[in-house]
Design a protein around this ligand. Structure first.
Ligand code: ADP
Ligand code: MG
Length: 617
């Protein structure tokens, strides 16, 4: 509990003690009861009265402070002193409970997001200094000892170790890393000392990006939350009007003003919408937190809600369903030797981050002199055009060859064909093959089991490759040889196929598919460790490379939505029953107040379940 909460607790205890004393002593004392009850009433209620007054002056009249203030002041006015104190007391107990619960879920999200390193060991003029990670420049060398958290993204210069990425990915299996490998901030270095050259500033590093994202995720509200806000805006004035009507109309008929004014006040106490207003956002807050604990970053509760209604899931192929790590299966040069062909291709691809580029560089496996490469243009969905040694080189697929007008030789080997040509001259091709991810089959099956109606793969790769992968994984549809723009067109077609309430999710790796990620109802980026484009374009980020996380995300989303709905229905139902009882004089203020606090406590307790979802999925 924080200071403010402790203070509230003390006020509750003192006020309750004075209140009990007053109830016991009042009948025997010669003084009037009002001052006796006014003391505990003001101890516990002064801040509510003050807030209500302040809000009225600011023109925001109808909130729960107003409801509580008017109901209890009214109770005092008609001589129901104990009720007034009791209502305030219980309202504060409920508020305290709720504030503690919110803090709990905040702090457990903060703990799981406790990935932010405090210090970095930086090598400066032969000495190791401990500095704030924010003060480390790009290109400096940092030292990471075993047990320390990687403070900044970088590349290993020296040393090898095992890295625990659990805080980022939810993946408990540690990863080995050695010289030349990228390391991502937030991982914990387990075994060896690493010397790392930083490639990013602290504020652009993975850790900062993720923290920003989680902190801002509550800004985008789910429809259920928006509903509650709108609901409260109309509900409270409606209740006040109802109470006024309840006080006046029957009184005019029966002449029994005291009774009906009391009924109206009870009605006001009962109708306080606290449980709803608090528990629904708390549920989504917990759901988002539970997901991030499982390595699923959700950028807003609206996306969580949308994911729960996933009907069509569309995948990109390379890097999403397949590993995106190609092996060179064959090199077929024409008018040149194999080494020359591979070197030229690797040089042309030296700046690209496409999985194909990476594997060509790896296959060449020798130092690349990037000075030999002039201007480079990446042609999405086709390949690369680069000036190497002042000759324009084209590396890419059939479409690219058609564009630059050379006659290429088709290849009949299984795999993706990468053609290499210069202006007007065909040099040959390299056949590379990719492997499907180990959990890709399970991922598709999991989606089917979760009730996803249709799974589709869109790929820029050749028809044969696409079909082979589709058949292996059991996808419903495969569309191949697509440019990024064609993928958008397909997604639009598929959007037209879904039912009105259904949702289309697109899952991609962020390379060449940012347009589709943003066009889909929900864009999911995959294996985003290190890929800024994906973190930015997507609505949901699966931190490890596993497509099977998607069905887990869907089931967690559904549970969150279910908990929010339970709370809405439960709170409204109890409210409705007590309101009706109140109108007919069957519920007094004590019952109304207890019901209100009880509903709030149960709803909030239910909401905190959402945070622990990852434990039982
Ligand atoms: P996918 O849809 O499978 O993720 P992309 O849209 O990234 O694939 O690319 C589609 C095709 O374009 C690839 O299969 C490849 O033939 C070609 N291509 C794209 N970028 C490159 C590149 N950097 N080098 C060579 N070929 C490329
Ligand atoms: Mg791709």
């Amino acid at each position: 509990m924080n200071k403010k909460q402790k203070k509230t607790l003390w006020r509750i205890l003192i006020s309750a003690a004075v209140f009990v004393g007053a109830v016991l002593a009042a009948p025997g004392l010669p003084i009037p009861a009002l001052p006796l009850y006014l003391i505990p009433y003001l101890i516990i209620g002064w801040d509510i009265l003050w807030k209500a007054l302040r809000n009225i002056l600011h023109g925001q009249i109808f909130d729960e402070n107003f409801l509580m203030a008017i109901a209890t002041v009214g109770a005092v006015a008609i001589g129901e002193y104990p009720e007034a104190v009791f209502v305030m007391l219980f309202y504060q107990v409920g508020e305290l409970f709720q504030s503690v619960a919110v803090d709990r879920s905040r702090s457990s999200i903060a703990a799981l997001m406790d990935i932010c390193p405090e210090e970095a060991n930086v090598e400066r003029s032969g000495q190791v200094e401990r500095v704030d990670p924010e003060d480390v420049a790009v290109g400096e060398t940092i030292l990471i000892r075993p047990g320390e958290r990687v403070p900044i993204d970088g590349v290993i210069l020296e040393g090898s170790s095992t890295l625990n990425t659990a805080a980022l990915t939810g993946e408990s299996l540690p990863r080995d890393a050695g010289p030349g490998d990228d390391v991502i901030s937030g991982c914990v270095n387990l075994t060896g000392v690493l010397r790392v050259r930083t490639t990013k500033a602290f504020e652009d590093s993975t850790v900062s990006k993720i923290l920003d994202l989680v902190e801002n995720s509550t800004a985008k509200k789910a429809r259920a939350e928006q509903f509650i806000t709108r609901f409260a805006r109309y509900y409270t004035p409606a209740v006040v009007l109802g109470a006024v009507a309840l006080a006046i109309i029957p009184s005019l008929i029966t002449g029994d003003w005291a009774r009906w004014v009391e009924q109206a006040l009870i009605f006001l106490v009962i109708s306080c919408p606290c449980a709803l207003v608090i528990s629904v956002p708390l549920t989504f807050f917990g759901g988002v937190g539970g997901c991030s604990r499982a390595g699923i970053l959700v950028k807003g509760s609206n996306y969580l809600e949308a994911l729960a209604r996933a009907e069509i899931v569309v995948f990109d192929k390379t890097g999403t369903l397949t590993q995106g790590v190609f092996n060179v299966a064959a090199i077929h040069p024409q008018d040149c030797d194999e080494a020359h062909l591979l070197e030229l291709a690797a040089l042309a691809e030296s700046w690209s981050s496409h999985p194909i580029a990476r594997s060509l560089r790896e296959a060449w496996n020798r130092e690349l002199d990037k000075n030999r490469v002039g201007s480079v243009a990446e042609i999405a969905g086709r390949g690369i055009r680069a000036d190497v040694d002042d000759v324009t080189v084209y590396v890419g697929n059939d479409k690219l060859m058609a564009d630059c007008g050379v006659a290429w030789r088709p290849c009949h080997r299984a795999g993706t064909t990468v053609h290499v040509a210069t202006q007007g001259r065909y040099l040959g091709h390299i056949v590379i093959s990719d492997q499907v991810k180990p959990d890709a089959r399970e991922a598709i099956a999991g989606l089917k089991a979760a009730g996803v109606r249709k799974t589709v793969m869109l790929t820029g790769d050749a028809q044969a490759v696409g079909e082979a992968v589709g058949a292996e994984l059991g996808l419903d549809e495969v569309h191949a040889q697509l440019l990024p723009a064609d993928k958008v067109t397909w997604v639009e077609t598929l959007l037209g196929e879904k039912s009105p309430k259904g949702v289309l999710a697109f899952v991609g790796d962020g390379i060449n598919d940012a347009p589709v990620l943003s066009r889909a109802d929900v864009g999911v980026a995959m294996g985003a460790l290190g890929s800024d484009a994906a973190i930015e374009a997507a609505d949901i980020v699966l931190m490890d490379d596993k497509p099977s996380k998607l069905s887990q995300a869907i089931s967690m989303a559904r549970k969150t939505v279910a908990i929010a709905n339970q709370n809405i229905v439960f709170a409204l139902a109890v409210k409705a029953v007590i309101l009706v009882l109140g109108i007919f004089g069957k519920a007094n203020m004590w019952a109304g107040s207890l019901a209100d606090v009880g509903v709030m406590v149960i709803a909030v307790a239910n909401a905190t379940r959402a945070l622990r979802l990852d434990k039982n999925t």
